[in-house]
Every structure is written in structure tokens, then in C-alpha cells.
Design a protein around this ligand. Sequence first.
Ligand SMILES: NC(=O)C1=CN([C@@H]2O[C@H](COP(=O)(O)OP(=O)(O)OC[C@H]3O[C@@H](n4cnc5c(N)ncnc54)[C@H](O)[C@@H]3O)[C@@H](O)[C@H]2O)C=CC1
Ligand SMILES: Nc1nc(=O)c2c([nH]1)NC[C@@H]1CN(c3ccc(C(=O)N[C@@H](CCC(=O)O)C(=O)O)cc3)CN21
Length: 289
Amino acid sequence: MKIKELFAQKEPVFSFEFFPPKTDKAAEKLMETVAELKGALSPGYVSVTYGAGGSTRERTLECVRRIHTELGLTAMAHLTCVGHTAVELTEIVRELVDAGVENVLALRGDPPQGETRFSAVDGGFANASQLVEHLRGEFDLCLGGACYPERHPEAISLESDVRWLKHKVEQGVDFLVTQLFFDNADYFAFVDRIRAAGIDVPVIPGIMPITNVAQIERFTSMCGARIPEELRVRLDPIRDDAAAVMATGIEHATLQCRALIAAGAPGLHFYTLNKSHATRSILASVKAL
Ligand SMILES: NC(=O)C1=CN([C@@H]2O[C@H](COP(=O)(O)OP(=O)(O)OC[C@H]3O[C@@H](n4cnc5c(N)ncnc54)[C@H](O)[C@@H]3O)[C@@H](O)[C@H]2O)C=CC1
Ligand SMILES: Nc1nc(=O)c2c([nH]1)NC[C@@H]1CN(c3ccc(C(=O)N[C@@H](CCC(=O)O)C(=O)O)cc3)CN21
């Protein structure tokens, strides 16, 4: 099923993101986790991120195919331009399409570790727009794209980020998933801004429940998301108390999700980091509304 058809149904679409397992054993464990989430929460779709290189990339594709074929769930593969030529990207997507997968999240990708600037390979792409344009020309796929309520860290200004986003959507993006954010005001202001610019595809809030303070600090400083002062003040004194952090993270994300759905957000996309507890707890309470 194409994910854009789910958004046309008007009910909020709940989706879960996983990263590729590193070993065969972890792959089996992940399939069990996804099967459990399927039973408990019947997600609209499940997505698997694309690794930085080598064997983890094979695992992404394998995992997406298995989620589609063995679990019968709508699946989306993330794909990045990092280190690939256009020809390679076509070959990868051909395999997915042959397996029946109909959804791809078309990303530029992060610069490799240790590098601060993204550089395209010869015969490859410099940004997600070029990947979208390429895939649109070759396949009948539903394409997702990433967007940044607090702007992309490399963007020169809010305005230029919105302009490039508009260009990307015009190349054929069917829906957008946001970078994680912790203050809904950032999401609402962003949606207003891009609607005013004429971008009219669904914009799905990306939610990451905080479960570990050091990890979220590391990740947010890399990706340019802000932890609001009130939340920081609550987390700081409990940072070494795992259970208290989990409870606070779940409480914050639950309030965020309830308010987003109440305001008419088209769905919620959970960055699960392959752990299901927080997402299950949040979604159970959102669904009970
Ligand atoms: N690995 C994964 O599964 C995921 C990765 N990401 C990350 O999101 C980040 C960027 O990916 P995308 O949003 O897909 O990139 P993008 O290509 O849409 O945007 C990246 C930056 O380049 C600018 N830009 C876009 N098109 C441009 C153009 N034609 N000329 C000049 N500047 C342009 C944008 O304003 C933005 O600042 C990466 O850091 C990516 O890895 C996000 C979600 C999941
Ligand atoms: N710039 C960027 N790159 C991404 O890969 C990315 C985004 N943004 N935003 C959306 C999701 C969120 N992603 C994330 C978010 C957090 C971690 C993280 O904190 N990872 C842990 C290790 C997790 C583990 O192995 O258990 C870390 O400590 O870095 C990783 C990927 C992947 N996606």
C-alpha cells in the first residue's frame, strides 16, 4: 500500500521508525519487536533507516522486505545519497520494488562521521531534491521527504530552507516527516510557514521519547533541535535515574502527542530507536482519547 493513501483516509496515521540490526540475532529480535507492535498498536506503516555504509545498508533493505513480506505491514525504506551513484540508487530501489515495497523516504543523508559538509560522489546527488526527481522519473513509488521545524542546521536562513523544501516537494514528494522537536509551537509555526509558501502535502510530526539524557543531548546538538528550558530543568537533576528519565520522557511526549492530534496533525511518526516500551505507553494513551 502507498502511504499517501493512508493519509487520504483522514484517521491519524501512527508509524514507527527502526534502525537496521547489526547482527543476524539482532535482526530476529527486531522482527519480534515489530510483530509485537503490530499486534498491540496496528501501525499504519513501519520504516527502517539507512546506515552510513557497508553491510548495514544491506540489512536495511532485507529488514524492509521482511516487514513487508513476512509481517504484511506497509513498509518504507529510508534511502540516502551518501556514497551512491544514481545508477546504484536505481538498482537498490529496483530490488525493493520487485519485492513489493512501494514507499521510500528520499533523503540526502548526514555527512560521514568526522566531516561537516556533505559532498556528492561523481554520478551521485548533492541533495534530496535530486534524488526525488530521479526516483520520480524511474518508478511508480510513494515518496516521503524530511523537513525541519527548527530549520536544517546547514540552512542559511528559515526562508531558504522553506524555498528548498518547496522545490523538493515539487519534484514529487507525497508527504513530509519532521525532524524531532520538543515544543509543539515550533511544529505549528513551521506548518503555517510552509502552507503560506504553497506547500500542501501532509506534514507528519516526528516524535522521539526521551529515554536517556546524555544521548538526547548528543543527538539534538548534532541535528539542531532544541530541548525547551522547562524540560531541561526537569531532566537535569534526574539524569542518572533511568526510571525517572523514562517517566518524564514519556509524560512529555504524551502531552505533545495529545495536543498534536487534538490540533489535527495527520499522524505521528515515532523514532523508537528499536525500543518499544515508551512508544507503546505514549500511543496507548493517545489512542484512548
Ligand atoms: N538516515 C536516515 O534515515 C535519516 C536521515 N535524516 C537526515 O536529514 C538530513 C538532510 O537530509 P534531507 O532533509 O533529505 O536533505 P535536503 O537535501 O532536503 O536538505 C539538506 C539541506 O540542504 C538544503 N538544500 C536542499 N536542496 C538544496 C538545493 N537544491 N541547493 C542548495 N541547498 C539545498 C536544505 O535547505 C537543507 O539545509 C540529513 O542530515 C539526513 O541524514 C533525517 C531522517 C532520517
Ligand atoms: N540528521 C539526522 N540524521 C538521522 O539519521 C535522523 C535524524 N536527523 N532525525 C530523524 C531520525 C532520528 N534518528 C536518530 C535519533 C537518535 C539517535 C541516537 O541517539 N542514537 C544513539 C544510539 C542508539 C542505540 O544504538 O541504541 C546515540 O547515542 O547516538 C540515532 C538516530 C535517525 N534520524
